[in-house]
Write a protein that binds this ligand. Structure first.
Ligand code: ADP
Ligand code: MG
Length: 403
């Protein structure tokens, strides 16, 4: 078990400088923050620290500037946005390392907040350069990881820095957002209320083979949709027309089918069209009736009902990946149907976890985001947890039981 903010003694906060790795990697439209959800989700941790009298220094990346300063990827707009949420001042430092940072730090009062510039403006960030981590650790008394979306990366701000802080005698702990992600996702995997039903969709089977393999022995049913179902169909020798298939993964798919048995539930019908475009004429067919040249764009109406029933019988639901090309109205019904069934299950008391950026967007689109138990803030990180892997950013934190 890793330490969280709650494990720190009360007197660890007053006047101490906390380096807090947040995930302010928000979508930008013409330099403005289009969706501030990620910033909002870090507010409880930041507020806890400021209220306790700590000096809070926020580090985050934004986009992929590849080690150079880029005007369009400055974190400055996030400072203003956070200020509105905290109703307190947030200073912005237009640098992420060195003297300028130390100078900004000198002016900090207990309870104040400073946001550093995009950590990926520095080449040492993604390279996990120990010199960069050491530069930060000079002023950081303690470290908090509240960036779940980046926890699967071993970068200077997620790996080198917490380790350097610990070496110098400080604590490296999970913030509230990360602690909740680990608790909810870890709980569903390790000690779920049953039946446990997983729904896995999305574009590529290659992205999610590890997840399917890790989930199969744990779940009571694994419902498969999205384009990855096509690769299973192909492995079963069925016609998939012009659908998205990964031929190189057919052998793995065949092996999974063999070991999975009845636990793996594939679509029984599909919504197909001549093109996956807005306004395309669609038809519902049995999965064995796809014609050459046709594309599978969604699970069919029988499958929506079948999956819906299995989901509503579940006590725990883990959902990752849209069931069809939900961005196009004609192929959105499968994803919306799963979203609605999951929300109905949650209303009845089931634990429902949604992971993955596109799945989260679909849950919002279906209007069920407030009804499900948990929408993960980390796409890649959630997938790695579901695949049973350790997250480097979490591994770097202090352990709860040992010193
Ligand atoms: P998440 O972000 O939730 O993990 P993925 O990124 O794995 O989900 O997959 C989302 C993408 O999968 C969507 O853009 C969707 O259009 C695509 N997709 C789903 N089903 C199909 C299909 N049958 N054919 C082509 N693309 C599909
Ligand atoms: Mg995605």
């Amino acid at each position: 078990m890793k330490k969280t903010l709650h494990d720190l003694p009360r007197d660890a906060f007053v006047g101490a400088t906390f380096a807090v790795r947040v995930d302010f990697n928000t979508p930008l439209v013409r330099g403005r923050i289009a969706d501030a959800t990620r910033i909002e989700r870090c507010v409880p941790t930041i507020r806890h620290l400021t209220t306790a009298g700590a000096k809070v220094v926020l580090l985050s990346h934004l986009g992929r500037p590849e080690g150079r300063a880029r005007a369009g990827l400055s974190l400055e707009p996030a400072a203003g946005c956070l200020e509105g949420m905290l109703e307190g001042s947030v200073r912005f430092c237009p640098h992420a390392e060195g003297l300028q940072v130390s100078e900004s730090l000198r002016a900090m009062e207990p309870g104040s907040v400073l946001l550093l510039e995009n950590t990926r403006f520095l080449a040492g960030e993604t390279a996990n350069d120990p010199r960069l981590a050491a530069d930060w650790a000079i002023w950081a008394d303690h470290y908090v990881l509240d960036a779940f979306g980046t926890a699967h990366r071993a970068h200077a701000s997620t790996d080198g820095l917490p380790r350097a802080v610990r070496t110098r005698g400080g604590a490296a702990v999970a913030g509230f957002l990360v602690a909740r992600e680990l608790e909810v996702i870890g709980g569903a995997l390790d000690n779920p209320r049953r039946p446990l039903v997983a729904v896995v969709g999305g574009a590529k089977i290659s992205d999610k083979i590890d997840v399917i393999e890790a989930l199969l022995p744990r779940v009571d049913a694994l419902l498969v949709g999205g384009a990855m179902a096509n690769t299973f169909f192909r492995a079963m020798g069925m016609e998939t027309g012009a659908s998205l298939v990964e031929p190189a993964k057919c052998a793995v798919a065949a092996r999974l089918l063999e070991v999975a048995g009845p636990g793996m539930v594939l679509p029984v019908d599909c919504t197909v069209a001549g093109a996956l475009l807005d306004g395309a004429e669609t038809r519902a067919v049995a999965r064995s009736e796809v014609a050459p040249g046709e594309l599978i764009g969604d699970i069919g109406p029988l499958t929506i009902r079948l999956f819906g029933r299995r989901i509503q019988e579940a006590a725990t639901v883990i959902w990752n990946g849209p069931l069809g090309v939900f961005e196009i109205a004609g192929f959105a019904e499968g994803t919306l149907g799963v979203a609605r069934a999951a929300a109905a299950a949650a209303d009845e008391g089931a634990t429902v976890i949604v992971g993955g950026g596109d799945s989260a967007a679909a849950a919002h689109e279906a209007g069920v985001a407030t009804r499900v138990t948990h929408i993960s803030t980390g796409g890649g990180a959630a997938l790695e947890l579901l695949a049973g892997k350790k997250l480097p950013g979490v591994e770097a934190l202090s352990n709860r039981c040992s010193a």
